[in-house]
Design a protein around this ligand. Sequence first.
Ligand code: NDP
Length: 255
Amino acid sequence: MSEFEEHIFNLILIGGFIAAVISFAILMRFTAPYGRYMRPGWGPEVPRKIGWVLMELPASLVFAIFFLAGSASYSAPAWIFLFLWQSHYIPRSLIFPFRLRPSGKTNPLVIVCMAILFNLCNGYINGRYLRVHAGSYTNEWLRDPRFITGLALFVFGFVLNQHSDAILLRLRKPGETGFKIPFGGAFRYVSCPNYLGEIVEWIGWAVLTWSIPGLLFAVWTGANLIPRARSHHRWYREKFEDYPRDRKILVPFLY
Ligand code: NDP
């Protein structure tokens, strides 16, 4: 990495941690205006499906470009990193958006642009870091407790996220547009198991790569999704009188 690139890389890392703290503080007071909180007054809007593809595809592409650039020889752990990253982002950018119902909804362009910027930076710092340090992850890393624990967390979070999203996406029959109380799976315990899964997944990533970019991604995910889970929980309770009282926000039995 050249000295100039190292400056940029560190700037993104430091700026990212500061921005995560600021975002968390703002989002705990103010709910981001997308999804069920979409409201006019946020400028131009983008069809939701297109928005999701535009937001998420850069994470997959930029990571792959920076990870595979040059002529490094990759060990098994490095290929596993690439596989895990893409197994999250390819379905998220190319399958998930086309399962959203109904199709006519929109999100503010400004939110889409912020997510694109985040995914460009996040794809770059994670892909570039793992490329530069590819040599440090020898096959020995596969037996390291950090890799094994992180991988278990990642897989658990991934399955929880996918399963919970699938329950949500099945709630609406064709032609329906409203909201229902989700039941089944981890919805028995919390209002937002899909967000819990996503947070656990990226904590797993941070542990299995044992990297600062991985840690930043986990922190960002929490800073974004903990306040949103809080908003969803409050929204469900206000909207549905019969909403299960013992259901927590995000962490079973605790929060
Ligand atoms: P939501 O749970 O708000 O919505 C997901 C989909 O399910 C939407 O189509 C939504 O409809 C529908 N839906 C949700 N609840 C209900 C309900 N009660 N009744 C009927 N339909 C419902 O999730 P997000 O859109 O915020 O996130 C989607 C995925 O993206 C999640 O897996 C999340 O973890 C991930 N994500 C990750 C982020 C990160 O920082 N890493 C940031 C944001 C999301 P509608 O569109 O009408 O609201």
